[in-house]
Design a protein around this ligand. Structure first.
Ligand code: ADP
Ligand code: MG
Length: 350
């Protein structure tokens, strides 16, 4: 089955508005142009953000609770009005179009399946609404259940399915309308950790197989790093950094991104603020390396690595060391501790 080939060919209106001219040829599946959302007086929930999502991207919107991720997603879906700015899908402005005319589809956190319909009929339902004949919509629904590996349970009711299985059905249901962009708001948060890791691999596989963009909201750094081609780190209604996962991790734009991603130490060094990855820091004073002296505050054994926290002036710094090195040094909580790092591993923060 090659669902990707069934995507509508890109259509460009001859009366293309200005915004569209800039993006002819659809290099981007989705674009936000200076988008602001105000729910009322006071600080906006989303403040003048611009973002371009290249074709076929797995994009994660990552940030702490309340930073504006869901609002951004709901504006893309058309479930929330845009106060200022424009939204484009495949180069066409859709800012004021109703949800069904945007080429987007949203998968809800609580799955929202109809309890009295089988998995198959739940998936076929969106086509029923669009007037597709029964036989045809059931055939298509079967294909999408196959895509999410649920074809063997097609006749079950939602309450005869596990949470993970219900989620696959919900995913098939949101894909059957052949969206150009699939929107997912914290889709893995209701699953246990084991299922969450399995399901995120499935999401990635399906996204690659379909070749469309997924925009996935999460507050989990691990999830974003594991999934995303493009990570968009948000804080306080604005975008802090939008870049490939590796770039965000290796060269965080500022102290917020470095701290939020975790695995970094933010240090004032030589009068500048820098970040150094915790796995590049060492415990103990090393010749030729920069150093910071404090007290060992915490030791966490994590299997292959051990995480040591050094506290200085009420700030915590982290050294990630491999287990053999840790057992050879066997530091103790409460002892003085020195963290060392190479000047060349410092990344200057903006
Ligand atoms: P996130 O998904 O990142 O946790 P949200 O987009 O849900 O953040 O919320 C961003 C801000 O907008 C928060 O301050 C939140 O309280 C506010 N907000 C969200 N939805 C509404 C709403 N329907 N009415 C008023 N304020 C809202
Ligand atoms: Mg949210």
């Amino acid at each position: 089955m090659n669902l990707a080939l069934k995507q509508d060919p890109a259509e460009i209106s001859p009366k293309a508005p200005k915004l569209q001219q800039a993006t002819m040829g659809h290099r981007f599946d989705a674009e936000l142009v200076a988008v602001t959302k105000r729910y009322g007086p006071g600080a906006p929930a989303v403040d003048d953000i611009s973002l371009r999502i290249p074709r076929g991207s797995y994009c994660c919107l990552l940030g702490p609770s309340g930073c504006g991720k869901s609002t951004t997603l709901r504006m893309l879906a058309g479930h929330e009005d845009v106060t200022e700015g424009a939204i484009l899908i495949h180069g066409t402005e859709i800012t004021n179009k109703p949800p069904v005319e945007r080429g987007t589809s949203m998968m809800f956190q609580d799955y929202a399946l109809f309890p009295h319909l089988s998995a198959l009929d739940n998936v076929a339902f969106s086509l029923k609404v669009r007037g597709v004949a029964k036989e045809e919509r059931r055939n298509q629904a079967r294909e999408y259940l196959e895509l999410v590996q649920m074809d063997h349970l097609a006749e079950r009711l939602p309450n005869q399915l596990s949470g993970g299985q219900q989620q696959r059905v919900a995913l098939a249901r949101s894909l059957i309308t052949r969206p150009k962009v699939l929107l997912l708001d914290e889709p893995l948060s209701a699953l246990d950790p084991f299922l969450r890791i399995r399901m995120r691999a499935e999401l990635k596989r399906i996204q690659k197989e379909l070749g469309i963009s997924f925009i996935h909201v999460t507050h989990s750094q691990d999830e974003a790093l594991a999934l995303a081609d493009l990570i968009v780190v948000m804080n306080d209604a604005v975008i802090m950094q939008a870049a490939p996962a590796r770039e965000v991790f290796e060269t965080p734009a500022n102290a917020f991104v470095a701290r939020f991603l975790g695995g970094h130490n933010v240090i004032r060094s030589e009068g500048r603020e820098v970040s150094v990855r915790a796995d590049q820091c060492r415990l103990g004073r090393m010749p030729g390396m920069r150093a910071l002296e404090g007290v060992i505050g915490m030791i966490e054994y994590q299997g292959t690595q051990v995480r040591i926290t050094i506290t200085k002036d009420d700030e915590d710094y982290t050294v990630l060391m491999d287990a053999p090195t840790y057992f050879a040094q066997s530091p103790e909580i409460g002892e003085p501790g020195v963290m060392s790092w190479e000047a060349s591993d410092e990344h200057v923060l903006g």
